[in-house]
Design a protein around this ligand. Structure first.
Ligand SMILES: [Cu+2]
Length: 317
């Protein structure tokens, strides 16, 4: 009897340990550190410079990619050499705007954790005052929360993945009142540069997105404009799937154009014809934005770079 009871205890303990171990494997903690950098960046292909405010010196900041259920252990460093306070607002987080998202003064560091409970594609940005100016000057990026169920018929595995983040360019960097009034809106930045991936309209452009004919290309798109929605359209193509907010449950099929609100993000799938080489121009079909720089060429060709749009190459720099 005594022996049986102790065996039962051992067995129950083993089951509890096994359950704990499987949870520990599934939900991981991801450490993410960013440094607010007030620095000069190039905002076009010919090297025009701009006094940006950034996460880690680049527009957009680095991609944060986790799986649904993961804990993000985040640290924001605001070096004492900066002039401004900065902050972090992850749209994937459900926390306290006056707590986790509060501004960090120069010379200080902020640390917080949150669980990415909902799958999707989400903007992140600085929310320090004046927020319009902090976003327009470049403090934004994307966090991708992959669904814990993985891929399915409804949410097929893509052959290539790219991130495109669109922002508004205001050359008068100190004029935040103008920015809020949409005055001086001179350019549309795609991943930090006007006509970044458009050698058709900009002879100085040298980069494009690439895939092989017939591949499924998934574009994670973020509208980081401060005032303007984006009419997101693949010229000479059709969105095979649009996953609103990047959630596999929010799926639309066979879409020409999807209107992306300010601060909205989503996943957009395009599958090119398999029997020939083609090109798409992925645009903000709002002409004032397209002609200010929001045009991206996707080349679908048999000799596409095998590394493009794979692994850590989601942002073409
Ligand atoms: Cu900031």
């Amino acid at each position: 009897m005594k022996k049986n009871r102790s065996m039962l205890t051992v067995t129950t303990g083993a089951i509890a340990l096994a359950m704990f171990a499987s949870q520990a494997v599934q939900a991981k903690t991801v450490h993410v550190k960013m440094v607010a950098k007030e620095t000069t960046v190039e905002i076009d292909n010919k090297g025009t410079t701009y006094p940006a405010w950034t996460f880690d010196g680049a527009i957009p900041g680095k991609i944060v990619r986790v799986t649904e259920g993961d804990v993000i252990d985040f640290e924001l460093v605001n070096p004492k050499t900066n002039k401004e306070s900065h902050s972090m607002d992850f749209h994937a987080a459900e926390v306290d705007v006056l707590g986790e998202f509060a501004a960090v003064k120069p010379g200080e560091t902020k640390h917080f954790k949150f669980t990415a409970k909902r799958a999707g594609v989400w903007m992140y940005h600085c929310g320090a005052s004046v927020m319009a100016q902090h976003i327009a000057r470049g403090m934004y990026g994307v966090i991708i929360v992959d669904p814990k169920e993985g891929y399915s018929k409804k949410f097929p595995k893509p052959d290539r993945e790219y991130v495109l983040v669109q922002g508004q360019y205001f050359p008068d960097a100190d004029n935040y009142k103008g920015m809020i009034a949409n005055e001086g809106y001179a350019g549309s930045l795609i991943n930090g540069k006007m006509f970044h991936y458009d050698p058709v309209h900009d002879p100085d452009a040298s980069l494009v997105l690439q895939s092989k004919p017939g591949e499924r290309v998934r574009i994670y798109f973020v509208n980081a404009n401060i005032n303007e929605p984006v009419a997101f359209h693949p010229i000479a193509g059709i969105w095979d799937r649009v996953f609103i907010n990047g959630n596999p449950e929010n799926v639309l099929e066979d879409m020409a154009t999807y209107n992306v609100a300010v601060s909205e993000a989503g996943a957009f799938d395009i599958v090119s014809p398999a029997d020939r080489a083609t090109n798409n121009a992925i645009v903000d079909h709002t002409m004032k934005a397209a002609l200010r720089g929001a045009i991206t060429v996707l080349m679908n060709k048999p000799d596409a770079d095998p590394a493009a749009g794979k692994g850590d190459n989601l942002i073409v720099r």
